[in-house]
Design a protein around this ligand. Structure first.
Ligand SMILES: *Cc1c(COP(=O)(O)O)cnc(C)c1O
Length: 359
């Protein structure tokens, strides 16, 4: 059986070693030494100014919206994981969906201005599959209309664009370190900002709003993460290069072998590095794609329709709207298996199966 993804697991001894330290110290959570070490490690690795390690990528988004004091309408993408939209609704704001660009599959910057109203306060965009949004155009629009920008960078760990970390863009960028992600700490996530004061505010929000043992500065939440999760993050960090290289190799094998298949990959940002977080294909027709899913399944290979359906017309708590490009793409997109333990041989088998299917 080949699943669409498998979490990376480091050698058990490496994890056990850090766990022994936790036992000795008796410090299990609340900004412990491992959580602080992970924060410093990631901050240095990503070359960002202020990074806070949190419980997961969803709380990271909610904390970002809260910290920026957003109200009213937030312009966002319908082509993302549910947490991008649900966080906006959870924070009592209104998501306003802007259609996506059919090449990058990210929010179409050229369509943002038309969606701005007097109630718009921010743009929340996802770097889909780790492919950077048009960060320059979005920054220009945000400056012109006095809007805040949050980037959901859950897929974008390690990506650089225009020579710097993707997490440097926007007022706040978030990431998920969930087990299914490229680099993970089982559950986990982080928020990044260039603004020191905003970072201090986020730190208080993460810890119930505490401003000292007996005083509160903010409305807060519990966004802390544990020493056990941080330990996994630190151990997995040592394998980041190996993970990257393996995924790169597998992606290249897919690309070489799948020539001739009636499907294309999204167009990557021309000034960005890649992290090989996913292997998405946009098929020429939904009919052919569904056939491919079935035949792959018969061969015990499980691809995933990611992201389908469009968030703009599938949520019970929002009025459905149709968006031309999103609707057309979402029903034709499929992510093929991609994970560290996947072998070149298995990729070859997946490709052979796909190429044997008649369009
Ligand atoms: C995974 C993911 C999230 C949520 O992250 P969690 O850590 O699972 O809460 C948010 N946005 C996107 C785009 C994701 O893929």
């Amino acid at each position: 059986m080949i699943p669409v993804t498998k979490p990376f697991l480091p050698p058990k001894e490496e994890y056990n070693e850090l766990i022994s330290g936790i036992w000795k110290r008796g410090w299990l959570t609340n900004m412990g030494p491992l959580a602080n070490e992970l924060e410093a490690t990631l901050q240095k690795h990503l070359q960002v100014n202020h990074l806070l390690y949190v419980t997961n990528g969803t709380i990271a988004l909610q904390m970002a919206i809260k910290a920026l004091g957003l109200k009213g309408e937030i312009l966002t993408t319908p082509f993302s994981f549910i947490a991008t939209t649900s966080s906006i609704v959870w924070e009592n704001c209104t998501p306003v969906f802007v259609d996506i660009d059919e090449q990058s599959l990210n929010i179409d910057a050229a369509k943002i201005e038309a969606a701005i109203t007097e109630n718009t306060t921010a743009i929340l965009a996802t770097h889909v599959y780790g492919n950077p949004c048009d960060v320059i155009a979005i920054e220009k629009i945000a400056n012109k209309h006095n809007l805040k920008v949050i980037y959901d960078g859950a897929h974008a760990f390690g990506v650089k664009v225009h020579g710097k970390s993707i997490f440097e863009y926007g007022d706040i960028s978030t990431c998920s370190l969930h087990a299914t992600k490229l680099y993970h700490s089982i559950e986990g996530g982080f928020v990044v900002t260039n603004d020191k004061e905003l970072s201090q505010k986020l730190a208080k929000i993460r810890n119930f709003g505490f401003d000292g043992p007996e005083s509160f500065a903010e409305l807060g939440i519990n966004g802390k993460n544990s020493e056990y999760h941080a330990a996994m993050g630190l151990v997995n960090y040592k394998h980041i290069e190996a993970i990257h290289n393996k995924r790169k190799k597998l992606t290249e094998a897919y690309l070489t072998n799948l020539q001739g298949l009636a499907a294309v990959t999204p167009i990557w940002h021309s000034e960005a590095s890649k992290n090989y977080a996913y292997f998405p294909l946009v098929f020429e027709t939904e009919e052919f794609m569904l056939k491919c899913i079935d035949v792959l399944k018969e061969n015990e290979i499980f691809a995933r329709r990611y992201f389908y359906p469009s968030l703009a017309n599938s949520l019970p708590y929002l009025d459905p709207i149709s968006l031309k490009v999103t609707d057309a793409i979402a029903k034709r997109v499929l992510c093929l298996p991609l994970y560290f333990k996947l072998s070149n041989k298995e990729v070859n088998v997946i490709c052979e199966v796909l190429l044997s299917i008649k369009n």
